[in-house]
Design a protein. Structure first.
Ligand code: ADP
Length: 259
């Protein structure tokens, strides 16, 4: 089930360095939210705070509240591993496990989470996930071949299949198309559009046209100067953001006068 995410008063540190300050937003369920803004303003840092990936860096921490389905992800009793299952992630460079087959790649998250699964259940999950990632028809006759043998765009869809196989509520995508050619990019954008009927999706993109094409809502992040913390300047429906933003800094950024 797709879930909304409530972010309140979030500050994010790398050691003593306050990288992002005072983030408040509500990410709607079953919608696509894009994070845009100049490099270094904290988009990826905020994204990684949404599934507790940020804190795997030594000294890194998050202050504030991030609530999914009534549960603060940072409450002391919450297991970060369970959070990462609930909130899946797809990275900039497709990263299938190179020595594993396509089949094993898709099922790998489930094998970790539940040791025993019979063959027909596993087959069902693999087919459903690959269909969900619009990859089934291209790979159904070579499921036992290595994932590394696929094209970049296919590998990225394989990573999306792997992420959805564990049935997360939320999918985070950190510049998922930046290593892909335009045709593969377009396939991923179509897929994002389809996936939002089942998942809450948050995507970081440096490509404003992509944000405008795929997202329902957009967050614009910015920072005053290097060394200053990044801030969420504006969060609005994408249509409004790109036609009539509330903030002059957003207007300057999207019109290309800055960043
Ligand atoms: P964006 O995604 O908008 O380009 P990032 O979230 O990557 O921005 O970075 C935000 C700030 O945090 C930058 O100042 C960056 O240098 C810093 N930062 C990012 N990753 C690390 C890290 N692993 N250790 C220390 N500082 C980091």
């Amino acid at each position: 089930m797709a879930k909304s995410i409530d972010v309140s008063d979030v500050n994010i540190y790398y050691g003593d360095f306050l990288a992002v300050e005072g983030v408040n937003m509500t990410i709607r369920a079953k919608s696509v939210t894009a994070f845009i803004g100049p490099s270094g303003c904290g988009k990826s840092t905020v994204l990684r705070s949404l599934n507790r990936m940020h804190e795997v860096i030594p000294g890194a921490r998050v202050e504030g509240k991030i609530v999914v389905d009534g549960q603060d992800l940072y409450a002391p009793e919450v297991d970060p591993v369970a959070v990462r299952r609930q909130v899946g992630m797809v990275f900039q460079r497709p990263n299938p496990f190179p020595t594993m087959s396509i089949y094993e790649n898709v099922i790998s998250g489930l094998r970790l989470n539940s040791k025993r699964m019979n063959k027909s259940t596993a087959d069902g999950v693999v087919e459903k996930s690959l269909r969900g990632a619009n990859l089934w028809n291209e790979v159904k006759d070579r499921l036992n071949k290595p994932g590394a043998g696929l094209s970049g765009g296919q590998q990225q869809r394989l990573c999306i299949a792997r992420a959805i196989a564990v049935q997360p509520d939320v999918l985070l995508m950190d510049e998922p198309c930046s290593a892909l050619d335009p045709i593969s990019t377009s396939a991923i954008e179509d897929l994002i559009h389809e996936l939002k009927s089942d998942y809450t999706i948050v995507i970081v993109t440096h490509n404003m046209q992509q944000a405008a094409r795929v997202s329902d809502e957009t967050g614009f992040f910015n920072l005053k100067a290097t060394g200053e913390p990044g801030r969420l300047v504006e969060f609005n429906p994408t249509k409004k953001m790109f036609s009539n933003p509330d903030e002059s800094a957003t207007e300057a950024y999207i019109s290309g006068r800055f960043g």
